[in-house]
Design a protein around this ligand. Structure first.
Ligand code: GLY
Ligand code: MN
Ligand code: MN
Length: 490
């Protein structure tokens, strides 16, 4: 190797490093946030217990293409680590690990220049300590050599992996191997067959040690259901992005659009603002497609004069929005559409008013359901109150956070919880009512911050009343000036 070659290589490596470190978002959750969350978690741990969290599985899409990796929200919440094949171990009391006394250890993928050339930068153990602020970090291979003796504890709190791990045969310390090793240790099983990609979570044979996933779920929910100010900033941003996209789509929408194109405009605006992903698959349903609550085909080629139900959520640094607007593609509600829309809006307003400290979801359910049932009876769409569920078949809302349907203790509302309020009425074709209602589907969904001073609607940037929506739809959009050539492919 001559000197010139070495200089060129060093320059290229240095250049890549420099490029990868500039122009990055600066508003990630801080190392201090994650450290404080770990401290709060440890305070909830039973004496002489250990908690273990695994990275999410890498899911294969087909052949050599994987789905985009999404970190396990608990592991992300407690560390900020975003890579696969990691493990977080927390101890209720400080433990001697190697020659250090610590109450936490993170195991991470090793640096690997060859792999990093294909799939990107890896943090590695040294940077995990330095950048994430973990007391101790090892490479994941070191988990496989008995760094932690699980028989020392009376309780093992296991964060259940989201889905099954499959073995990457070219990686001897992927999550499959790590999880199988963990199971073999705690279950006194010496080996797990490689073909067994979905091992059940065991109870160990020794009655002295208990594996408890339910307690861990509750402990994490107790923390995650209350958002810190740092989390609120990210949630406000995710929700504002989603709401602005709803507003822009209102300006751009016309009857010749397809559901796919409408989805694309939302998601383009998300990207424009730096949202990395959608928190769940986008729902864009015209007319009766809106009656399918989680309709994600979004493949109707022309929305025509129908109502278009758009339930979409930008994800920003892991936090998801969840905002639904239902608008007439041609800019004007028909009398029937307006009647159903205003009934849902009235129910939503009543439920939002109930979104206060000390209430719970049953208060929102009662408020919204009684208005919708009453309204449907007056319109002759149902004859008995109980039939309201036929047309309002889902619950009024849910908690929102790192998961769109976020974890919670399902108790009374407390300050700094974030919930959705999303009543709807869906009248499929052929329903037993006047055909003028057929094919009308309306959901209105807003994201509400519970505060001591009352509910704060975080998605107000998206017009919500009939008058606001019709006025917004009269505005012009620069997107309509985007004239593309016809796709002639033969
Ligand atoms: N987007 C799913 C939901 O509203 O719950
Ligand atoms: Mn939704
Ligand atoms: Mn929702």
């Amino acid at each position: 190797m001559n000197l010139k070659y070495i200089i060129v290589c060093s320059y290229l490596l240095w250049g890549n490093f420099a490029i990868s470190q500039v122009h990055l978002p600066t508003d990630y959750l801080s190392a201090q946030f994650h450290r404080e969350r770990r401290e709060a978690f440890r305070k909830l741990m039973p004496i002489n217990s250990v908690a273990i969290f695994f990275s999410n599985p890498v899911q294969n899409r087909s052949n050599d293409v994987d789905y985009i990796f999404h970190q396990d929200p608990n592991l992300y919440y407690l560390t900020g680590y975003k890579e696969p094949n990691g493990i977080l171990v927390l101890f209720s009391e400080p433990q001697q690990v190697d020659d250090k006394e610590v109450d936490e250890v993170l195991f991470v993928q090793d640096r690997d220049p060859k792999m990093e050339q294909w799939t990107g930068y890896r943090l590695g153990a040294a940077s995990a300590e330095e950048k994430l602020g973990l007391q101790l970090a090892f490479t994941n291979k070191e988990f496989l050599i008995d760094k932690i003796d699980f028989s020392n504890y009376t309780k093992i709190l296991l964060s259940k992996p989201n889905g099954a791990y499959t073995d990457n045969m070219s990686d001897g310390a992927d999550s499959y191997d790590l999880f199988a090793y963990f199971l073999s240790k705690v279950n006194s099983i010496t080996s797990i067959p490689k073909s067994q990609s979905n091992p059940d979570i065991p109870q160990p044979e020794s009655s002295d040690v208990i594996i408890d996933s339910e307690l861990l779920r509750e402990m994490v929910a107790r923390l995650r259901e209350i958002k810190t100010e740092e989390e609120m900033q990210l949630m406000r941003k995710a929700i504002k992005i989603a709401a602005i996209a709803q507003r822009e789509v209102m300006k751009a929408m016309h009857p010749d659009m397809s559901e796919t194109e409408i989805q694309g405009i939302h998601e383009y605006i998300y990207k424009k603002y730096g949202s990395e992903a959608v928190g769940y698959p986008s729902i864009v349903g015209a007319g009766a497609n809106g009656c399918v609550l989680h309709y994600i085909e979004n493949n109707k080629t022309r929305v025509g004069n129908d109502l278009v139900l758009m339930d979409i959520g930008a994800e920003y640094h892991g936090y998801s929005a969840d905002v639904t607007r239902t608008i007439p593609a041609n800019g004007r509600f028909t009398a029937a559409q307006r009647t159903i829309y205003n009934l849902v809006l009235k129910a939503q307003n009543a439920a939002i008013a109930e979104s206060v400290v000390g209430n719970d979801f049953s208060d929102l359910e009662n408020a919204s359901r009684s208005i919708i049932n009453q309204g449907l009876m007056e319109l002759g769409i149902i004859k008995e109150e109980e039939d309201g569920r036929l047309f309002y078949p889902h619950s009024v809302g849910h908690y929102l956070g790192l998961d769109v349907h976020d974890v919670s203790l399902k108790g009374k509302f407390k300050p700094n919880m974030v919930i959705t309020v999303e009543p709807g009425i869906y009248i499929p074709e052929g329903s037993d009512c006047d055909p003028k209602w057929h094919g009308i589907a309306v959901r209105i969904e807003d994201d509400i911050h519970i505060t001591e001073k009352g509910p704060v609607n975080l998605s107000v940037d998206a017009p919500r009343t009939v008058e606001e929506i019709e006025a917004e739809m009269k505005q012009s959009s620069v997107l309509n000036q985007l004239i593309l050539p016809d796709l002639k492919t033969n």
